[in-house]
Design a binder for this molecule. Structure first.
Ligand code: SF4
Length: 165
């Protein structure tokens, strides 16, 4: 989590999400949702995030936080950890107060090691994976408009959306 407020929010959601849409609600109640007392990472159960409902779960596959937000008619970025809704967008904050918006790269995650295999990260020398990770039917300014609003503010997000219409 990026700060204590986010950790508190995720902890509270872990205790309150309807178990009908949260496969590991019992585990969250018994052992919490973080990997340790630093509360920087979500807990891993059977090789995946505690919030990840597995294929076949009756309440819905995927992120239970995302499902809870949809159920509450809220934007998922209000429920999920920042890194989960920001990726694949990354903002670098510079000393002069300016910001640079760019894609996440593998070195941002693990220093360039191969410990994380993820379709949205660039993989050195893998042109096919790289090409498939950065294409879509609509522009990023359109498809990730809500995320861009959260990252760079509504004014710039609208400018980015309009630029390629
Ligand atoms: S989006 Fe984040 S919180 Fe949700 S299942 Fe994936 S890693 Fe966990």
């Amino acid at each position: 989590m990026i700060d204590e407020d986010e950790a508190l929010r995720i902890a509270a959601l872990g205790l309150t999400i309807d178990e009908a849409i949260f496969q590991y609600a019992d585990a969250a109640f018994e052992g919490g949702v973080f990997s340790d007392e630093n509360r920087t990472n979500t807990r891993v159960i059977d090789g995946a995030c505690i919030f990840h409902n597995r294929p076949g779960f009756a309440g819905g596959e995927g992120c239970a936080l995302h499902l809870a937000a949809m159920q509450d008619d809220e934007n998922p970025i209000e429920y999920k950890p920042s890194i989960c809704w920001q990726a694949p967008l990354k903002v670098d904050h510079h000393d002069d107060g300016s910001k640079t918006l760019r894609p996440w790269k593998r070195p941002d995650w693990d220093g360039g090691l191969e410990s994380m295999a993820w379709c949205c990260t660039t993989k050195g020398g893998d042109d096919e994976a790289l090409a498939s990770a950065f294409v879509g039917d609509v522009t990023v300014g359109e498809s990730l408009h809500a995320e861009l609003r959260g990252l760079v503010g509504p004014e710039i997000a609208v400018q980015l959306r309009e630029r390629h219409r």
